[in-house]
Design a protein around this ligand. Structure first.
Ligand code: ADP
Length: 648
């Protein structure tokens, strides 16, 4: 076993790897960027090396810096985590050249699976079923259109170098083919530097089922399947193992195909073979096809660990240090059912917009496994993926595990940023999902219901306002506060797009009257707690300008400086403010342009994603204060509207 390893990653996966390394007595070296100096993975590791500035290209993707850090600290091997350099053959080559071990597959194995077309060709040759379609080298648009006709619509065009759903287009009929092809080629070229595409039959009622495989370069085993059909824009949201409705016959066939795929490329380490299954008539052993292989540990690996009792990172370290596979196939058993939900800092009603913030409170129930890279007081920065944690549960049956998931989500409390917690809780109770009737379109079909967040109640608004007034935290609450009496104080709070003006008036000692609109209620303080009508009011956390009420639902309010209200009201007038720091990629309007509500005004790239900023009302553009290429701060006004509307 290695004495010391370096983890070329950050966040929850770096923490996850450090935990297992510690268990095995292996010392760890963390690397970190300017933005991550105070993060958990740096604190947990035995040593930490600063490798550059916050943008990934200058730190976590900087191969030279990482190799130098490993050599400088005497690490013998490097764990890549997932994302960043985990599937980069050049990284493997440079590590090997420096005499370091890459904890993962060979450069050749990564390369063999790197492009979708080459991978499909190799898998077909190895006898693995692949999605019917065309994956040839000839990219003549006329030939591609002919192939699409032959395959039969609907078809999917995929950029061969694509990933994360980019460069993919669904085409329903021949009339739409040419435009879709242009889109996929353009996206493949700009995002991956490769404009080649393949064409696939679009599988109806598709389910994403993947097999965890593990190899030691000589032999390979599988550790059963995971169902990752709950996706939004091709991003996984909740994963589970085993797949609901999986038959023994289909599992055996899929396991065999996955092991064959791994063996065909002499695979070493943890990998995932992704299949798509046609579930229009239930799961059938002859209706699944290879999509691609991910040559690394996956985000959702904990569900496999839960049902097999195997620590996959331990296996990675053991196999990379030269051991054979720790278990034979017949000794790997499936036990019970597991779910994983991905908790993100994101604004769901605003189209799942990534969010930032300081986590003034963070708590997971002890009944679940929470894999996280943050704790209370930590910051979700705009630089990286805004995942807060993965919440994993394991029970004897699917139904019990699902109840555990719902309960764990109910008992997870996050303050200081908006999250997708309500969305996850609703999803865990969605009737089709509860029945195991899943496919990749489920979330989209149920979206309207899943994204509606109940409005805060008057009690919730009141405790937020009282906390924001500074009154709630004061040791001698009435001191000074009574000066406002009997007029009280107006606390302006923003909740989603609304500004709420709440009046808070101290009447008697430890009693506060709160007014909002036409409603008034009274809050009473006993000790540190507030009560309304004899009921204990929900807990509140205040951090800078963010007020989080941890009720049954979590509600996040922003405290507005009263002097800014006028400015905010102006922003409400349809102008565009950068919702987060980022790079302006494109601006579609100029001064004096007439636009309608919903029109695209600009694109902002932040947190690895592009966000389209749209007009919130009809109007005429007054000023465009930004241009493509500008780096802007959160809150910067980018575009303003003329006061009068089109009609006015
Ligand atoms: P990427 O590498 O961009 O993630 P994948 O090839 O893994 O692309 O496909 C992403 C998702 O798209 C799959 O999980 C599945 O939901 C859907 N998908 C892919 N291929 C097909 C297909 N042939 N028919 C239907 N859905 C598909």
């Amino acid at each position: 076993m290695f004495r010391k390893i370096l983890i070329a990653n950050r966040g929850e996966i770096a923490c996850r790897v450090i935990k297992t390394a510690r268990k095995l007595g292996v010392k760890t070296v963390a690397v970190y960027s300017d933005a991550d100096a105070d993060t958990q993975h740096v604190k947990m590791a035995d040593e930490a090396v600063h490798i550059g500035a916050a943008p990934p290209a200058e730190s976590y993707l900087n191969i030279d810096r990482i190799v130098a850090a490993a050599l400088q600290t005497g690490a013998q091997a490097v764990h890549p985590g997932y994302g960043f350099l985990s599937e980069n053959p050049k990284f493997v080559r440079e590590l090997t050249a420096a005499g370091l071990v890459f904890i993962g597959p060979s450069e050749a194995a990564i390369e063999a699976m790197g492009l979708k077309d080459a991978a499909k060709t190799a898998m077909q040759a190895a006898g693995v079923p692949v999605v019917p379609g065309y994956h040839g080298a000839d990219q003549d648009p006329e030939l591609l259109a002919k192939m699409a006709d032959q395959i039969g619509y609907p078809v999917l065009i995929k950029a061969v170098a694509g990933g994360g759903g980019k460069g993919m287009r669904l085409v329903h009929d021949a009339a739409g083919f040419s435009n879709a092809l242009k889109g996929a080629v353009a996206e493949g070229t700009s995002a991956f530097g490769n404009g080649n595409v393949l064409i696939e039959k679009y599988v109806s009622k598709p389910r994403h089922i993947e097999m965890q495989v593990f190899g030691d370069g000589v032999s390979a085993v599988h550790l059963f399947e995971r169902d990752c059909s709950l996706q939004r824009r091709h991003q996984k949201v909740i994963e589970e193992a085993p797949a609901p409705g999986m038959t023994g016959e289909m599992r055996a066939a899929m396991g065999k195909a996955a092991v064959r795929a791994a063996m065909a490329i002499g695979y070493s380490g943890a990998g995932t073979v992704e299949f798509i299954a046609d579930a229009s008539e239930g799961l059938r052993a002859d209706r699944f096809w290879f999509m691609e292989m991910n040559t690394r540990l996956q985000v959702e690996h904990p569900v496999t660990e839960a049902i097999t009792g195997i620590d996959l990172v331990e296996w990675q370290l053991r196999v990379a240090s030269g051991e054979n596979l720790p278990l034979d196939q017949r000794d790997i058993h499936l036990n019970g059912h597991a779910f994983e939900a991905r908790l993100y800092a994101e604004d769901v009603p605003k189209g799942f917009l990534p969010a930032t913030g300081t986590l003034s409170h963070l708590r997971f129930p002890p009944t679940c496994r929470a894999d996280t890279g943050v704790s209370a007081g930590d910051v979700i920065s705009p630089w990286y993926d805004p995942m807060i944690a993965k919440i994993i549960v394991h029970g004897p049956t699917r139904s019990i595990a699902l109840s555990q998931l719902s309960r764990a989500l109910d008992d997870t409390k996050v303050a200081g940023t908006v999250t997708n917690l309500t969305f996850l809780r609703k999803l865990a109770a969605q009737p089709d999902f509860v029945d195991g009737n899943v496919d990749t379109g489920l979330i989209d079909r149920a979206l309207d219901d899943l994204i509606t967040v109940p409005d805060p109640t008057i009690t919730e608004i009141s405790v937020a306002a009282v906390a924001a007034s500074g009154f709630a935290s004061s040791k001698q609450p009435m001191l000074g506060f009574s000066l406002w009496s009997p007029l009280g104080k107006t606390i302006p709070l923003r909740h989603e797009d609304q500004i709420l003006n709440v009046t808070v008036t101290a009447t008697k000692n430890n009693i506060v009257d709160v007014g909002f609109g036409t409603q008034t209620i009274q809050l009473q303080r006993h000790g540190q707690d507030w009560y309304c009508d004899g009921q204990k009011a929900p807990m509140v956390h205040v951090d800078d300008a963010t007020v989080t009420v941890l009720a049954q639902e979590t509600h996040v309010f922003t405290l507005i400086n009263p002097l800014d209200v006028q400015q905010s009201a102006h922003d409400q007038g349809g102008g565009v403010v950068a919702p987060m720091p980022g790079l302006v990629k494109d601006v579609f309007v100029a001064a004096n342009d007439t636009v309608s509500a919903g029109d695209r005004l600009a694109i902002l790239e932040a947190m690895k994603m592009e966000h389209t900023l749209v007009a919130t009302r009809d109007g005429i553009i007054d000023q465009v204060l930004t241009a493509a290429g500008d780096q802007v701060e959160a809150g910067a006004t980018l575009i303003t509207f003329c006061k009068e509307t089109k009609d006015g």
